[in-house]
Design a protein around this ligand. Structure first.
Ligand SMILES: CC(C)(COP(=O)(O)OP(=O)(O)OC[C@H]1O[C@@H](n2cnc3c(N)ncnc32)[C@H](O)[C@@H]1OP(=O)(O)O)[C@@H](O)C(=O)NCCC(=O)NCCS
Length: 267
């Protein structure tokens, strides 16, 4: 049975004429810059064959896109909030535009955090993430790096996703975009393949267990262990250390040794 009451609103999503006209115009300008830059290199610096021409154009695409994103962030920064297409069309468009440029032009580096481990930190910093000291590598990925802040000694496990945006559908069936800062405090550890949603704060020295989902607006206090989907408190960092037996020694966890020769002889 057709539900007429739902039909008109169910189509309200996050796309508008801005995405159909302004974004393609900007993308065309970026591609034109890359083509012109490649031609200039070929003409005045170094003659390029097809392969080196494609590589040069791709390097220029990454450079120009990052430059555009930096200008965008300084001139028109993303703001945490809850937005709908009907009431905040330009805020939603701002989010869409950044997503488009990152996904299309920086794809392998941005999607799934595909950059080399040592390049991820400078890459995310260029896109607006802020870092404390002693963070050598980011093993996971960030969706909107401009809304992520990591303090000193934070460890991000492999394939963890820090996503400062989430899309939901409200009771009126209108899509909502939630944007919020993710803050990870000193010494916290985000387990492998965990996912953090907008406005999540992870307290000092706390641990988010591997494969957990930390819901939007969750504040994890210091020194706690959280895990599960959705994540809940499952322990306490200090208490867990004190209560646990010492556990097997590192040598007991090593590969079993081959049986001594004299045992083989006896058998
Ligand atoms: C959360 C974590 C720290 C717990 O490790 P631990 O101290 O050895 O504790 P245990 O595995 O014995 O689990 C302790 C309790 O929490 C529970 N627990 C562990 N992970 C859980 C999860 N994801 N969801 C729900 N409960 C969980 C266990 O069932 C256990 O419950 P019990 O005491 O009732 O038996 C560990 O599982 C973890 O995920 N560490 C992150 C590692 C990681 O990804 N590092 C980055 C690598 S790149």
């Amino acid at each position: 049975m057709k539900n007429d009451a739902l039909a008109p609103q169910a189509g309200v999503r996050f796309m508008s004429w801005r995405d159909m006209i302004l974004t393609p115009l900007l993308e065309t300008a970026i591609l034109a810059c890359c083509a012109a830059g490649t031609w200039l290199v070929h003409r005045y610096l170094q003659p390029l064959d097809l392969f080196s021409g494609i590589l040069t154009a791709y390097a220029l695409l990454i450079t120009v896109t990052i430059a555009v994103l930096i200008v965008l962030r300084l001139a028109w920064p993303q703001k945490p909030g809850i937005y709908t297409e009907a009431r905040h069309p330009w805020r939603v468009y701002r989010f869409n535009l950044q997503g488009f440029l990152c996904c299309c032009n920086l794809g392998p580096f941005y999607l799934n955090g595909g950059a080399h481990l040592f390049l991820k930190k400078p890459f995310y910093r260029l896109l607006g993430a802020t870092f404390g000291r002693n963070i050598m590598m980011i093993a996971g990925s960030m969706e909107e790096p401009d809304l992520v802040h990591l303090e000193d000694n934070v460890l991000i496990g492999s394939e963890a996703v820090l996503s400062p945006h989430v899309m939901t559908i409200g009771p009126d069936l209108e899509s909502r975009l939630i944007l919020g800062k993710i803050r990870i405090k000193r010494g916290a550890l985000i387990g492998a393949r965990a996912m953090l949603l907008p406005s999540v704060t992870v307290g000092e020295n706390s641990i988010v267990s591997a494969m957990s989902l930390v819901s939007a607006f969750t504040v994890i206090p210091p020194n706690e262990i959280w895990g599960g989907v959705p994540a809940k408190k499952i322990g306490d960092v200090k208490r867990a250390e004190a209560a646990k037996p010492a556990g097997p020694s590192p040598s007991a966890l090593a590969e079993p040794q081959a049986a001594p020769r004299h045992q083989e002889t006896l058998a």
